[in-house]
Design a protein around this ligand. Structure first.
Ligand code: ATR
Length: 274
């Protein structure tokens, strides 16, 4: 019988997850169907339970329910526990819900494998201190960068986040105005881009060897990546690859088969040019 999967969010209309996962299923020959579910803002738990009761095998979870999913889970992977947010739920054979967060692994894989950017030994700047940044910190630190600096508009949030993960590597938190020196990799995890805004970044953070990564993607160049290009960055990358790679991680957890991400990435890039 065809296994059922879905992504739950609100809003959900523009989600690319159904296209990505149905493409993975076709490519790997896995017998599954993946759809999108719009859950009411106060109805996430009910929606998940209903889906699982009707034979659902797994879910992806997106804005604004990642923390609800964290609370609902029966079992958490270590990285999901650290992130305090969950983007993947898997129904285990005993009916319990296993929860994972594959966002950070998706980011790391897009940087290192798809773009050939090593993180080990590098000086990394992370912009923002919300859920998106918390979600990627453990996998980034596992790559053993020389240092990660978290910079945020609300300085205390950057400091708190740095102290929460300080057992995993060299990490500090501060405000944008206090940033000093050149970074090898700058990752934008603020939601400023969504509003077409740019965090107030000082000059001199990057040079011609710096790689800049916006965790957001859009049909146009993001404001952050446009800034990075103007500042002379070596390379700018948007979050489409991260989206596809976090999906591949989830698919692997569910099915035990790792899909090839190249084809669907090309399909989505083609779609963006139309
Ligand atoms: P998400 O889950 O996307 O991370 P969030 O938890 O609300 O969402 O966090 C949003 C992040 O973007 C925060 O770091 C926020 O800064 P504050 O903690 O100071 O609120 C940051 N952010 C949002 N709009 C911003 C802007 N215009 N300039 C700079 N930072 C911004």
């Amino acid at each position: 019988m065809t296994d059922l999967y879905a992504v739950v969010g609100n809003p959900i209309g523009h989600s690319k997850s159904p296209v990505i996962h149905n493409s993975f299923a076709e490519q790997t020959g896995e017998d599954l169907f993946y759809k999108a579910i719009l859950a009411p803002l106060d109805g996430f738990d009910t929606e998940v339970k209903r889906f699982m009761a009707h034979g659902g095998q797994g879910l992806n979870v997106t804005v604004p329910f990642k923390e609800n999913a964290y609370r609902l889970a029966d079992e958490l992977t270590p990285r999901a526990r650290r992130a305090r947010a969950v983007n993947t739920l898997k129904r285990l054979e005993n009916g319990r819900l296993l929860a994972d967060n594959t966002d950070g692994a998706g980011l790391v894989r897009d940087l290192t494998v798809n773009n050939g950017v090593a993180i080990k030994g590098k000086r990394v700047l992370l912009l923002g201190a919300g859920g998106a940044v918390r979600g990627v910190l453990q996998p980034l630190l596992e790559q053993q960068p020389a240092e990660i600096v978290i910079a945020n508009r609300t300085i205390s949030k950057a400091q708190d986040l740095a102290s929460d993960f300080s057992d995993l590597g060299q990490l500090s938190g501060q405000g944008f105005a206090d940033l000093e020196g050149v970074f090898d990799i700058i990752i934008n995890g603020t939601s400023a881009s969504l509003a077409g805004e740019l965090p107030p970044l000082p000059e001199g953070l990057l040079n011609a060897k710096t790689v800049c990564y916006d965790m957001m993607y859009s049909t146009q160049t993001t404001v952050f990546n446009a800034w990075a290009t103007r500042q002379g960055a070596l390379k700018t990358i948007d979050g489409l690859g991260m989206l596809v790679e976090q999906a591949a991680e989830a698919f692997t957890l569910w099915r035990g088969v790792r899909p090839d991400t190249t084809r669907v990435m090309l399909e989505l890039r083609g779609e963006r040019r139309r």
